[in-house]
Design a protein around this ligand. Structure first.
Ligand SMILES: [Zn+2]
Length: 268
């Protein structure tokens, strides 16, 4: 039996589908909504090597593979990391008018529509945070296609979905701040960042939120990586005099962020 793949495309929940990817049938998948069989790419994303963005969009080489993160049924349009699996409520969502209208919305880039289609099914089946994640991914597609209008719209929608779901932990709240900043929702971004700072978050979160506040004050809506939040080398204690830094992290505790990335990729 083949070992489970090391990663699944986001936003698959942990433990889901890790070993259910069809194997040995030429990549043919039977749609979990309508039953149509189609050939789908079996995607095995490589581990990210570059630092992720502040919203945890992975660095390369994963970054450039978004076209492979989701499968889409050519018959009913259902989109998911594995269309062979579907929530019991997915069929009703896919058949309903809003989903059909979304698929036909030619003003949206085709790949973005695929992520929004998955987000719609997640939202309709109550997975609001996963829906936020998929909507943010649509914004990443808009970033790549130089559509800042759509990127801002979908970041704001992602924030609304995050806030509509269960309470967010500090790491996720940083991503809300980043989405608000990149959507140029300056006041909301600053208020959210200040509330998080007052809650005395863990040090890595505090460092990232400090960077976010500086960027918001500078009205900088651009892309920055978590590496930007690292303290400069000169300010770090010499390794001989301080506690040993975590391997590969240069004194910055990336474990939380890496854990988040693993969850983002469904490795749990
Ligand atoms: Zn289908």
């Amino acid at each position: 039996m083949a070992a489970p793949p090391p990663f699944q495309p986001p936003p698959h929940p942990p433990r889901a589908a890790a070993a259910t990817r069809p194997a040995g049938n030429g990549g043919v998948v039977r749609c979990g909504v309508c039953g149509t069989e189609s050939r789908q790419p079996a995607f095995r994303p490589p581990p990210p090597e570059q630092a992720p963005d502040l919203d945890l969009r992975p660095g390369e080489p994963v970054r450039g593979t978004m076209a492979l993160w989701l499968q889409q049924c050519p018959h009913c349009g259902y989109a998911a990391p594995d269309i062979g699996r579907a929530h019991p409520g997915a069929a009703a969502a896919v058949a309903a008018a809003p989903f059909r209208a979304l698929l036909a919305e030619t003003a949206y880039p085709l790949l973005a529509r695929r992520f929004l289609a998955w987000a719609h099914v997640l939202e309709e089946t109550g997975a609001l945070h996963a829906a936020a994640e998929a909507t943010l991914q649509a914004a990443w597609v808009a970033d790549d296609l130089n559509r800042p209008d759509l990127a801002r719209l979908w970041r704001r929608e992602a924030v609304a979905l995050w806030r509509a779901g269960p309470p967010l932990d500090p790491e996720q709240t940083v991503r809300v701040v980043d989405a608000l900043r990149r959507a140029e929702a300056w006041e909301d971004a600053l208020a959210t960042a200040e509330a998080l700072a007052r809650s005395r978050p863990p040090e890595p979160v505090a460092q990232v939120i400090g960077l976010e506040r500086r960027l918001v004050e500078a009205r900088d809506s651009g892309r920055h990586t978590v590496a930007s939040a690292l303290p400069p080398p000169a300010r770090r204690p010499h390794v001989a005099h301080g506690p040993r830094p975590p391997a590969g992290a240069s004194g910055f505790d990336l474990r939380g962020l890496l854990g988040r990335l693993r969850r983002l990729f469904g490795r749990g």
